[in-house]
Design a protein around this ligand. Structure first.
Ligand code: AMP
Length: 568
């Protein structure tokens, strides 16, 4: 059985293809969304998901989030004393999802389709593959997120040609992709995005406005607990504005109460700049795909932040029609990954679809430009595979040495869009020795496969000698022996038992709230936490089960109380 996994920046999900349909699998808390957060607790056990997210606030030094942004880099994040690479943290999230699926399905899960943003580079894709391996999963395929969203909408089942745009606004990133389905071939024609635009920016806008409009003293910006409470209330207000016309943000600080009521129009005004930023990536993707808006058959929404009516309105205004949003935008990518898993397993219910994607960046080499007889300009970037070329792709270009006396050609491989090679990302170098005496040409072939992995092959025209690229110790990636060693090390980590996760998550939430509260309320919550711990200590189901209910109600009360206070 192959599972489909959406390994997200904020949240991750796992789904299976079952009885002819894609189905999500809940985690041990019964939730479909597992926060992509990892934390190490006091006795060294690893916590993944909601408990880790709560601990981001109470134990920031022992917790991590947003590591998807670092995939493909060699950054080390420290949780307590132990350092983790981004792919190891992703592996812990994947492992937790794998265990949830195994518990639900009753058998081992060893193969997965994992989604990645369409713009992920070669190194980021390889790191994602490694994360899968470290989690004990064979990665059957890396699937572009927009392609997954399209599969969830069953666009691959349509007859004839269909051109559509996937508009994906997540917690921290905005991705736009233009896809084309023709004769059962799904092609990503172009992708563009803004890596620093997402749902969280709308919360920041609310927080900023709150300080000004509710006359909050600026000194409170330095109080992390006040800021956390405010951010949490702003998040709730943002969501409330997706459901109804009004929301109120109320935050207390000791005896001082600050409040702000906001309606949809007010919120829209606050977010005007953010909404305007949605336009440029859409335009770039359409331009790269050479497609006028009018030729799009469909617009598909993905990412939790597209639940916001103002984002939908903006999209409708841009496209002159309403986008498709029948599937929960949080779930659409994971469901599509499961559809792809179903295709892989050649389920009879699905027709075979050939899928193609595009290269997210231009890939090429550094060259020297001949300006006139005596003048050269070095270090120009010469793309061999251009951005948004349909992949798998294989392109060849012939290069010549500058002088007859030259004995080697130094091939420097780069990725990016800048004119000068040094402004792009260097992927590797290949030194090709030349036979003596003649200025012989070299055919440089770049082959980019469906998983976004690049191979460089240089063939000397005269001798047919072939050299393949050995990437110079890329600091962003692990070698095979390193992967094996880290797999072993991760397997030895103590993981918090799955069946205790619910209680552990409630306790983490209690601790987070305890830090946020003050005075009598803090004292009361302290007593409730102690009571809950005591109930857990009995290890008796008949004591624990009702205690869980009571404790959850207490936490809900404190988390939402500012909404329950009577109107001033
Ligand atoms: P994702 O990265 O796709 O999980 O998206 C998460 C983002 O979606 C976060 O910024 C959430 O605040 C946002 N989000 C989720 N549900 C809603 C909702 N009902 N209304 C507004 N934003 C939401």
């Amino acid at each position: 059985m192959i599972v489909g996994i959406d390994l997200g920046t904020t949240n991750s999900l796992i789904a299976v293809w079952d009885n002819g349909a894609a189905r999500l699998i809940p985690n041990s808390l019964g939730e479909m969304l597992t926060p992509s957060c990892v934390s190490v607790d006091e006795d060294g056990a690893i916590l993944v998901g909601q408990a880790a997210r709560e601990r981001l606030q109470t134990h920031p030094q022992a917790s991590a989030a947003n590591f998807k942004r670092l995939m493909g880099s060699d950054k080390t994040l420290y949780l307590g004393k132990r350092g983790f690479r981004p792919e190891e943290l992703s592996a812990l999230v994947l492992r937790s999802l794998k265990e949830d699926a195994e518990a639900a399905l009753g058998h081992p899960v060893t193969e997965a389709v994992i989604t990645v943003p369409a713009y992920f580079s070669d190194a980021q894709r390889k790191a994602t593959r490694t994360a899968g391996e470290l989690a004990g999963l064979k990665v059957e395929r890396l699937l572009n997120e927009p392609t997954a969203a399209a599969l969830a909408y069953g666009i691959h089942l349509r007859d004839g040609e269909s051109k559509f745009l996937v508009f994906d606004l997540g917690g921290g990133t905005f991705d736009v992709s233009v896809l084309d389905l023709f004769d059962s071939v799904m092609e990503v024609r172009a992708s563009a995005g803004d890596n620093y635009l997402g749902g969280e920016d709308f919360v920041t806008a609310l927080v900023e406005h709150f300080f000004a409009a509710a006359s909050v003293p600026a000194t409170l910006r330095a109080d992390p607990h006040f800021m956390q409470r405010l951010a949490a209330q702003a998040e709730l207000a943002k969501r409330a504005l997706s459901e109804g016309p009004r929301a109120t943000i109320r935050v207390a600080n000791g005896d001082a109460q600050y409040a702000l009521e906001l309606d949809e129009a007010g919120f829209e005004k606050l977010c005007a700049l953010l909404l305007a930023r949605l336009r440029a990536p859409v335009e770039r993707a359409l331009r790269d795909a050479r497609l006028p808006i009018a030729e799009l058959d469909n617009i598909v929404l993905a990412g939790g932040a597209t639940r916001m009516p103002l984002v939908r309105k903006m999209a409708a205004r841009m496209f002159g029609r309403f986008p498709a949003c029948d599937i929960d935008p949080d779930q659409v990518v994971a469901l599509g990954a499961a559809v792809q898993a179903g295709l892989k397993m050649k389920d009879a219910a699905l027709d075979e679809v050939v899928m193609t994607d595009v290269a997210p960046y231009s890939l090429g080499v550094a060259t020297t430009m001949h300006i006139d007889a005596d003048h050269f300009s070095h270090g120009h970037f010469d793309p061999i595979i251009e951005r948004n070329t349909v992949i798998p792709a294989s392109r060849v270009k012939r290069y010549f040495p500058l002088q007859d006396t030259q004995r080697v050609i130094e091939l420097l491989v780069y990725q990016g869009e800048a004119r000068m090679a040094s402004d792009n990302i260097k992927l590797g170098a290949l030194t090709i020795p030349l036979a003596t005496g003649n200025a012989e040409g070299v055919d440089v072939r770049f082959t980019y496969d469906v998983n976004g992995l690049l191979q460089v092959e240089a063939t000397l025209v005269h001798t047919r000698d072939v050299h393949t690229l050995v990437i110079e110790g890329n600091p962003g990636l692990l070698s095979a022996p390193e992967i094996a060693q880290r797999f072993q090390a991760l397997s030895e980590l103590k993981i918090h038992p799955r069946d205790h996760m619910e209680n552990r998550t409630l306790l983490a939430r209690g601790e987070r709230l305890y830090q946020q509260l003050r005075g009598d309320e803090r004292e009361r919550l302290g007593r409730e936490i102690a009571r809950f711990e005591q109930a857990l200590g009995t290890q008796e189901r008949r004591v624990i089960v009702p205690a869980v209910d009571v404790f959850r109600q207490v936490l809900d009360y404190f988390d939402h109380q500012s909404f329950l206070l009577p109107e001033a």
